[in-house]
Design a protein around this ligand. Structure first.
Ligand code: SAH
Length: 349
């Protein structure tokens, strides 16, 4: 049994079954035993691999996007280059390498990371030493901001509800004997659920999007949000847990498995404007990367390597963009303050 499981069992014994948002927050963020608090989970030897860890091209193309938005903002002498949940800092390092080739852009960028994990903060500090760290979005500085996030929203906790025989239940974590088990309790809050099926409540994610929308509206700028999920809200259980690249039960080894769920981009598209920002568009990751020049950049890079390395480089680009791999399931949403035109490739016809 993991140390966190002992703690969670005690909490359930004392307070009753636990909503999923509480469970997820503990599993990922418990100060001592939370998944992200204790480890660097990325890559082949870890639990899962993210786009910036697959290929440098991902971050480089985002760097080109950032440079373009910075110019559209009037090339301000200082701007906040913000990343939410930066993992190892790889994406930001790749973005900064591109900015260093654009006159004055790298000098203007002040890097701000929103990150809760001490272990990952350390990893980020090695790759991007000149950064400022924040625990929450609330403390970001009031200046023009370009915000990027990859696989951040999927890690923010959700709740699940389900209608059965006319009654709405909340899906919770309880105890059967001594074992953690998923179960149902009558919903403590009213949920307008018509269909039968699992409804995922994204209140915490929506609150983060509203806060970012408010920040962009006040300070000016744009955000580029990558995650896996669906463009339209739909019923369905998408909660998943993963250890060593394999799915496991959500109740398995709390604190040692990554727990996430698909992002409901329609819910985010409602929340950002509530904060005062505009949705510039939503695209499949593959379409975005292709429009930003994935093929050309892969080609240029592959000229400088040979053999196996070249094969890997080409395969990595394909993994990021092919619809059967990450190209379709992963989406990217662009959000801007009111004065900005949708930055390319959003809004391009
Ligand atoms: N963007 C990185 C990492 C994605 S994993 C990549 O693509 O490789 C999720 C990241 O979000 C981790 O850095 C994790 O520590 C961070 N994180 C998770 N929940 C968070 C929260 N509530 N506040 C801030 N950061 C969080």
């Amino acid at each position: 049994m993991t140390p966190l499981e002992t703690i969670i069992r005690g909490m359930i014994r004392a307070d009753g079954p636990m909503p999923l948002d509480r469970y997820m927050a503990l599993c990922l963020g418990h100060p001592e035993h939370g998944y992200y608090m204790t480890r660097d989970p990325f890559g082949a030897g870890g639990d899962f691999t993210t786009a910036p860890e697959i290929s440098q091209v991902f971050g480089e193309l985002i760097g080109v996007w950032v440079a373009q938005v910075w110019q559209a903002l009037g090339s301000p002498r200082h701007f906040a280059l913000v990343e939410l949940g930066p993992g190892r800092g790889t994406l930001m390092a790749d973005v900064l390498r591109v900015l260093s080739r654009v006159k004055d852009a790298a000098k203007a960028a002040e890097v701000h990371f929103v990150e809760t994990s001490p272990v990952l903060r350390e990893a980020q500090g090695i790759r991007v030493p000149q950064s400022t760290w924040h625990h929450t979005i609330a403390s970001l500085p009031a200046r023009p901001s370009i915000i990027i996030a990859n696989e951040f929203f999927d890690a923010l906790p959700i709740r699940q509800f389900e209608r059965k025989n006319g009654t709405v239940f909340e899906r919770v974590i309880g105890l059967t004997g001594d074992m953690l088990e998923r179960g149902l309790v009558p919903s403590p809050v009213p949920v307008p659920l018509r269909g039968e099926g699992v409804f995922e409540d994204h209140a915490i994610r929506a609150a983060a999007a509203r806060q970012l929308g408010d920040h962009l509206a006040r300070s000016g700028g744009a955000a580029l949000i990558f995650d896996y999920g669906h463009a339209r809200s739909a019923l369905g259980d998408t909660l998943q847990a993963m250890i060593a690249h394999k799915y496991c039960r959500v109740t398995e080894r709390p604190g040692e498995a990554d727990i996430t769920s698909h992002v409901d981009f329609e819910a985010l598209a409602r929340a950002f404007p509530e904060g005062g920002a505009r949705i510039a568009g939503l695209m499949a990751q593959g379409d975005f990367l292709n429009a930003m020049g994935l093929e050309a950049r892969t080609e240029v890079l592959s000229r400088s390597v040979e053999g196996e390395a070249r094969t890997q480089l080409v395969a990595a680009s394909e993994r990021l963009a092919h619809p059967a791999q990450m190209g379709h399931l992963f989406k990217v949403m662009a959000v801007t303050s009111a004065g900005l035109q949708p930055p390319y490739p959003f809004g391009a016809t």
